[in-house]
Design a protein around this ligand. Structure first.
Ligand SMILES: NC(=O)c1ccc[n+]([C@@H]2O[C@H](COP(=O)([O-])OP(=O)(O)OC[C@H]3O[C@@H](n4cnc5c(N)ncnc54)[C@H](O)[C@@H]3O)[C@@H](O)[C@H]2O)c1
Ligand SMILES: [Fe+2]
Length: 387
């Protein structure tokens, strides 16, 4: 079996690790002018202040851009690039959810070389390192801080696409669970299910390998034991830390093995109906796994064990049935929408969604069972209860 594994050059973790700015600046090759990309919540919560006060002490100039769009469009990334193209930044820090981290990866490249949008979307377009970058996740999460992927929305195509480059691994990833203590319940739920989906899809991927398996199973163990506690007790630092670490491990697993049909079918839901990425995955997860079931039953035995099948009295059911029941229980408990109706989708949209998902061959090819268009349509149909 062939496999390769790569991750962020350096990973630093632990409570208040964003205060270890000396280490951060060394990893960024001691910059003199830093652009910080973030979202307004990080300013409101005082986390950006914690960074900039230290930068002042170190006499490093900085600028904060807090208008990174949620699930950014490609155009919005070029707008930021145009805004700063005349500046002399020599490093970037992205502090936020996956939206900010992905935007930071793209800007690190585009501020050095303004690759035209049509070319950027072709594979292999990013073929040299951009500005040094630090990625600091504040959701748990996409795992983007350790992956080579940057996902953008293409509204005109009603789709999301992944731009992938080994140059998108950051110089340093910082896992500070304190940043996640104020995550609202709905975002804890959706981003936690995204992380769990990364782990599960990597584990059943056609490209699964010994390295991705190790990270995937540990991610499943950490997330399945601490996601509901973190949802119910937002300020439980121990649970927040486990889910954050789990999401990074899940990112490492997906870097090595790729996600599969759940993510492929989720992209058109984000692109057409703005369904948040984690909600889209969570809606699709059990339906796609049920479709895959005969091909993955054996793989779900270690997954069930990592989720506590024996300790938690699952043995009255098969491991596969118990895993799917647990996932259904989590989504109900965390009140994650399980239908497209509240997002405005109608049965008439089915054909268009199906055609869009069928194009995501990069991920569909990783799925353990091939999906024909009729299979994709049947899965989407389950999210439209009126048909
Ligand atoms: N690069 C990858 O490997 C990868 C993997 C999966 C998903 N993604 C992409 O990442 C994006 C989604 O990222 P996300 O799910 O992290 O959400 P997000 O970045 O869109 O953030 C969601 C919301 O949470 C808020 N928020 C973030 N951190 C907070 C905190 N600590 N406290 C309070 N509010 C906070 C943000 O301001 C935003 O309003 C999508 O575009 C998705 O496609 C990328
Ligand atoms: Fe994801």
């Amino acid at each position: 079996m062939d496999y390769r594994f790569q991750t962020a050059s350096s990973v630093v973790g632990g409570s208040h690790s964003i205060r270890r700015l000396n280490e951060l600046m060394a990893a960024l090759h001691s910059p003199s002018h830093v652009l910080i990309l973030t979202q307004p919540s990080m300013i409101r919560l005082g986390h950006i202040d914690t960074m900039t006060r230290q930068l002042d002490t170190m006499r490093i100039a900085w600028h904060v851009h807090d208008r990174v769009m949620r699930e950014p469009t490609l155009d919005s990334i070029y707008d930021i690039c145009d805004e700063y193209s005349g500046h002399s930044f020599d490093a970037l820090i992205g502090m936020g959810g996956g939206s900010v981290l992905d935007a930071t990866k793209l800007l690190a490249t585009l501020l050095v070389e303004r690759i035209p949008p049509a070319r950027l979307l072709q594979s292999g377009a990013v073929c040299r390192r951009g500005l040094p970058m630090a990625l600091i996740p504040t959701t748990s999460g996409t795992g983007s801080e350790v992956t080579p992927n940057a996902i953008v929305t293409l509204p005109e195509e009603e789709l999301k696409v992944g731009i992938i480059s080994p140059f998108f691994y950051p110089d340093i990833a910082i896992l500070d669970p304190v940043l996640t203590l104020d995550l609202p319940q709905s975002i804890t739920a959706a981003t936690g299910m995204d992380a769990f989906t990364h782990a599960l899809e990597s584990y059943i991927s056609n490209k699964a390998n010994p390295i991705s398996d190790m990270f995937a199973l540990e991610a499943i163990r950490l997330i399945s034991s601490s996601l509901l506690p973190a949802y119910h007790h937002a300020r439980s630092l121990e649970d927040r830390e486990r889910v954050l670490l789990g999401s990074a491990y899940a990112g490492m697993a997906l870097s090595a093995a790729g996600t599969a049909a759940v993510h492929a079918l989720a992209y058109p839901l984000g692109g057409s109906f703005n369904v948040p990425h984690g909600v889209a995955n969570s809606m699709l997860l059990t339906h796609v796994m049920n479709f895959n079931l005969d091909a993955i039953e054996d793989r779900l035995i270690p997954v069930a064990a990592a989720m506590g099948y024996h300790e938690r009295g699952g043995d009255t059911q098969s491991p596969a049935a118990w895993v799917l029941e647990q996932i259904t229980h989590w989504t109900k408990e965390m009140e994650i929408p399980q239908s497209l109706t509240p997002f405005g989708a109608k049965p008439a949209d089915l054909e268009r969604l199906t055609a869009a998902a069928a194009k995501v061959t990069r991920l569909l090819n990783n799925n353990p069972k091939p999906l024909h268009t009729s299979d994709i349509a049947a899965i989407y149909n389950k999210l439209m209860p009126l048909t």
